[in-house]
Design a protein around this ligand. Structure first.
Ligand SMILES: *Cc1c(COP(=O)(O)O)cnc(C)c1O
Length: 477
């Protein structure tokens, strides 16, 4: 399996060749040159597999330059019950991503039982092991530089902590994360983890990362790498749990299932799209946004209009507060019949801060063929949905999952099972839970005193030079 760029001007590469990179040299995103397809017989064989077996079956179709035995070993050490156990009874957490039945035909897919209590662990834990493997083989090391508003940074740090060949430099706004999120990252003691708090907002952090990445000489000299949401391996790892959930809520492969996905950068729901292209009988992929409704606007109107940073609202589902959806280009490429020239034209506009409209060309009419639909949610909806889930189903959900459940229910169809993806646990977003339920969220065992642990963080001005100096001093520790 080779990977090609959505903009068509980069050479095709293998999985390991794109593993550590970000954008393709032509500015596009890597996608499989063709989607491997599971036949009806294949699907029948997948039913009944456990998470690790499924992961191997799916990933071995997408990865052909890691020997089968090595891939299996990497999967087997990543998806173990101990990593996804947070106080759950054995039979449940051994499934890695258990499905919880809320009522007839309505399910919650638990993706947030990993170390940082958000779904990003599902892919990032595998990425940590893949990176270590690839760097080991190449005899290289890498300094991973990232910016986070909360969930991505902690998932990356817990996946990379203590690993060989890599250091993590994670920029986060000094104020703005929840106390729980701060404590998760800043209490880590591992020598290869460097937490940097920036006197500024998330966009300042992101700008510094961009500035550093644009300094090619520096980037080369200090071997700067990234783990952002466009990383192909992250998307690929997320495909697995769509298969797992499908088999969990159906008895045979003649049934269709719909998924509702709280969305920001379009990585998670893009994995659902890929599962569908690989032959999984998915009926609808429901894209749920918060007040930052770039994606909902597209799926309602055909207009993709990235916002500027100043237009981005700070909401109570902060991990979905995005101004543009970085993985969306992968879907647009498929929607445009894999016409790379078309994508170049569209993103030529986007890269200059403009919007595009797919209605006049008729491309927008093809959206239903791909199963996509959408809706948005706002603070009062999410508070009401958290309350409803608690009262009706006895289940406490976080703000992002609430956006997904709210929008999912609006698109629910009789006779079609609806699976809502749980993207974080409520413990991460305590204030909103208190507002909705008048009580503190449940906390997984072992994390009761997280905020009381000593914290280690360097506070810096929002200045690229200061950050560069710091990395230079620590890049060979
Ligand atoms: C990252 C994140 C999302 C958005 O996921 P995308 O893949 O960026 O669409 C939703 N909910 C939570 C809790 C997240 O951390």
């Amino acid at each position: 399996m080779k990977y090609i760029s959505t903009r068509g001007l980069s050479p095709a590469l293998s999985f390991l060749e794109i593993l550590l990179g970000g954008l393709a040299p032509d500015g596009g995103l890597y996608v499989p040159e063709a989607y491997p397809r599971f036949s009806a017989d294949d699907l029948a064989a997948l039913r009944g597999m456990d998470y690790r077996q499924l992961a191997h079956a799916v990933l071995s179709r997408l990865v052909d330059d890691v020997p089968a035995g090595d891939l299996k070993a990497l999967i087997d050490k990543t998806y173990i019950a101990e990593t996804y156990s947070h106080g759950r009874p054995d039979s449940d957490y051994a499934q890695i991503t258990p499905v919880r039945r809320l009522e007839e035909g309505l399910y919650l897919l638990e993706l947030s039982n990993g170390p940082t209590l958000a779904f990003k662990d599902m892919a990032m834990q595998l990425l940590g092991n893949l990176f270590e493997y690839a760097l080991d083989r190449a005899g290289r090391d890498v300094n991973i530089l990232g910016a986070t508003s909360g969930d991505t940074g902690s998932a990356a740090e817990y996946a990379m902590r203590g690993k060989h060949h890599m250091r993590v430099f994670m920029l986060a706004p000094e104020h703005g994360m929840t106390r729980f999120q701060q404590a998760q990252m800043w209490s880590l003691r591992d020598a290869n983890i460097h937490n940097i708090a920036i006197r500024g907002v998330f966009d300042d952090c992101q700008d510094i990362v961009k500035n550093v990445s644009n300094d090619l000489e520096y980037k080369e000299k200090y071997r700067i790498g990234a783990v952002n949401s466009i990383n192909w391996a992250r998307v690929a790892a997320q495909v697995i749990y769509y298969f797992k959930a499908y088999f969990a809520v159906t008895v045979d492969n003649d049934r269709q299932v719909s998924f509702s996905v709280p969305s920001g950068n379009f990585g998670n729901v893009c994995a659902g799209h890929i599962a569908r292209m690989m032959g999984l009988p998915i009926r609808k992929l429901i894209v749920a946004t918060n007040e930052n409704d770039v994606l909902d606007e597209f799926f309602r109107t055909g207009v993709y209009r990235p916002r500027d940073a100043a237009e981005t609202l700070h909401t109570s589902s902060p991990s979905m507060d995005i101004s543009k959806a970085s993985n969306f280009e992968r879907f647009a490429f498929d929607l445009a019949g894999r016409d790379a020239a078309r994508v170049r034209e569209l993103w030529g506009a986007v890269d200059q801060g403009r919007s595009f409209d797919l209605k006049p060309s008729g491309l927008f009419d093809r959206v239903p063929d791909f199963g996509f639909t959408s809706g948005s949610s706002s603070h009062i909806h999410r508070i009401a949905t958290i309350r409803m889930a608690w009262e009706r189903y006895g289940t406490m959900i976080d703000t992002h999952t609430a956006d997904g459940l709210k929008v999912g229910l609006e698109h629910r169809e009789a006779g079609v099972p609806l699976v809502c993806l749980e993207t974080a646990l409520p413990a991460k977003f305590e204030d909103a839970i208190r507002e909705a339920l008048g009580r503190a969220p449940e906390r997984p065992a072992g994390l009761e005193d997280l905020e009381a642990l000593p914290q280690r963080v360097e506070v810096m001005d929002a200045d690229t030079g200061t950050v560069k100096d710091y990395i230079a001093r620590h890049a060979s520790d």
